[in-house]
Design a protein around this ligand. Structure first.
Ligand code: ZN
Length: 344
């Protein structure tokens, strides 16, 4: 339950403290809001990792909320900005640890998926490296400082600037962590989304988790993720449903009480995903949208070369609904262009 940050600037709501070496335990924090900016640097570059800790008046679980692992996914980032500024610590049981933008360089640089400083995707970098590149350092901080103190770890994403998707909430079906998986499933199903996706989990303890919330699963935490919003826009509807979801979970865990929340009457559980990739570079065309139903063998799009000649037909490899797809013209070899979800 301890933070060990070096080169850290610490700002309390009521006081400012600058520390080079900090050893902080949530247990020792006073109730209220504490803002931290972790200074990251490698040989050539600098960046920051902002963290807000909201400690409630009463003891309870530590619920961690992460946005901006991908800096161009705005609905989660905006939803978390609103959430962390409307929650009253005096009514909070337990502690919220909030990373409002995990990848500040990608956010400020308007960069899709990748950190412009080192060209790395934070969500394929876990567990990270203490003295690695900036992205590796962010992953290291989350793995070693944030996940260990979390009881629940929620990583919020949206469709990036090139992705069309339907909103969903998801967890890993990690059979070697039955208790945590059951709780992640339970929270997913009460989390306000009609679509609940479970991913298979075959990761060995010795393998790198790569993804933020998969790292938390590997470390034995209750972990889940939300996807809401698409195509690099701030959709009000997505901001609302993300907030609704976080509040539903906090309500259920009796961490924070909130009225007028909405829960769909029917839940679709998707337990299987099929990924469709292309092997060529070019222009991608499809009349289909995320949420559309497709059947196995159906032609669901095509790719042309830079002169407009069709070079590939894209066929579905399974029947189900389009969970997400590329929603803009460019495609590259080995990119997933469709994810088809089903429940068998
Ligand atoms: Zn993302």
């Amino acid at each position: 339950m301890r933070f060990f940050f070096t080169g850290l600037i610490m700002l309390f709501a009521s006081q400012v403290m600058i520390a080079q070496n900090l050893d902080l335990s949530i247990d020792q924090l006073n109730p209220g809001i504490s803002d931290y900016t972790i200074q990251l640097s490698d040989k050539n570059e600098k960046s920051t990792l902002p963290i807000r800790v909201i400690k409630g008046q009463n003891k309870g679980p530590v619920f961690t909320i992460v946005a901006g692992v991908h800096g161009y996914e705005y609905p989660p980032i905006i939803a978390v900005q609103q959430l962390m500024n409307e929650i009253d610590y005096k009514k909070l049981r337990g502690t919220l640890v909030i990373l409002p933008i995990a990848n500040t360089a990608a956010f400020s640089g308007r960069s899709v998926f990748y950190n412009p400083i080192d060209g790395k995707n934070l969500n394929t970098t876990f567990p990270g490296k203490q003295n690695g590149t900036i992205t590796e350092q962010i992953a290291y901080q989350i793995t070693n400082k944030i996940i260990p103190i979390s009881d629940v770890f929620l990583d919020i994403h949206a469709g990036d600037a090139n992705e069309d998707l339907i909103s969903f909430i998801c967890f890993y079906n990690a059979e070697n962590f039955p208790k945590q998986t059951a709780e992640a499933k339970r929270l997913s199903e009460l989390g306000g989304f009609e679509n609940v996706v479970s991913y298979p989990y075959t990761l060995k303890q010795s393998e790198p988790a790569l993804y933020a919330f998969k790292q938390a699963v590997q470390d034995g935490k209750v972990a889940l993720s939300i996807e809401s919003g698409k195509l690099g826009k701030v959709q009000d509807e997505a901001v609302k449903e993300i907030k609704n979801s976080v509040y539903l979970m906090l309500n259920n865990l009796t961490i924070y009480k909130k009225e007028k929340l909405v829960q769909p009457s029917i839940i679709n559980n998707f337990t299987k995903q099929s990924y469709i990739k292309t092997d060529v570079k070019g222009f991608f065309y499809s009349d289909l949208k995320a949420g559309d139903k497709v059947i196995e063998g159906q032609t669901i799009g095509y790719v042309t070369d830079f002169f407009g000649n069709k070079i590939r037909d894209i066929k579905s490899n399974s029947s189900g609904i389009i969970l997400y797809k590329i929603g803009t013209p460019p495609v590259n070899p080995n990119e997933t262009i469709f994810c088809i979800a089903s429940n068998n």
